[in-house]
Write a protein that binds this ligand. Sequence first.
Ligand code: FNR
Length: 366
Amino acid sequence: ALPAGLATLADHEAHARTRLDDNAWAYFSGGAGDEITLRANRAAWDALQLHPRVLRPLQGGNTRVQLLGRELAHPILVAPVAFQRMAHADGELATAHAACALGAGLVLSTQASTPLETIATAIAHEPARGPLWFQLYLQHDRGFTRELVRRAEQAGYEALVLTVDAPTSGARDRERRAGFQVPPHAAAVHLAALPPAPPVALAPGQSALFDALLRHAPTWDDVQWLQSISRLPVLLKGIAHAEDARQAAALQVAGLIVSNHGGRTLDTMPPTAALLPPIVDAVGTALPVLVDGGIRRGTDVLKAMALGARAVLVGRPVVWGLANAGAVGVAHVLRLLRDELEIAMALCGCARLADCSPRMLWPSSP
Ligand code: FNR
């Protein structure tokens, strides 16, 4: 059952701290380096101000959005977050049931602790379920990667989300300080059978990163390769630069997710609220642009929509809900966000998300 007194996502965060051990907390809540980007994500949404209009007709208003040929009940999706069984024994399964109950889209991580088929089967007959997407990390073994993609297709996943901002982990100082380790029960099940990368004998002065690990880092060619081996739409997650957005659009990817990985990769990169507008400008209406990072309030969701996002993803708050009360906790987190979004829309005089524009923000963009 839901613990008493949880009225906001921040309440969920404070309570989750009491439920998770130091190891799990360092992993789930931490960012890279000095966590400047992690904090900036929040501060940037806070700093934007909504500028309400009054006396507009609100009857029949709704939170629906169009995404990849589907109509969604609302624009809030669950971001891919690894190792969810570290937060709760039910892990990704609980998250999936909660997402279904709230009609939220779900992106399952390559590093999930529950098999993708288990998730797809469990929610196959949920009437109100949102889109089900699979997040892909390209593995050094492309044959293995191809097989993972085939499994996702076969299980009924509707899109692939290729994460492109993490060729290596960031400098995760908080994790190293805590001596973070993935407990065996929460291991990445999809990667259990991944053959180890062939060992590289490094000459003195060579880099273990550039001369070994990054030999397999994905490139634009791999995006095309992925498009060629799968019939599923491919979205790119972790786009931060307008030039990259243009290049992605030229490859006709299905969508972009503006993200800094929740402040977990490159510290001191800008917050996503700042990265979003130039990317929306760069791709126009050619493809949907989604955003994540620090979304904690319905007002944050509305601000993202005002800046041109088609939808948003939330990462850590889902983990907090999961830690606090399993599926019920995740459902509560999603419910709070959605309710807050409706309140914010009503108070801004916005009956439909398609009507959102930067003119809802103060000071208004031209
Ligand atoms: C992530 N994120 C992530 N992204 C991804 O593509 N694959 C993954 O396996 C993970 N794993 C992961 C674990 C944890 C603990 C966190 C916090 C994040 C990034 C995630 O999808 C998303 O971009 C951010 O979490 C969004 O920021 P907020 O909502 O957490 O502030």
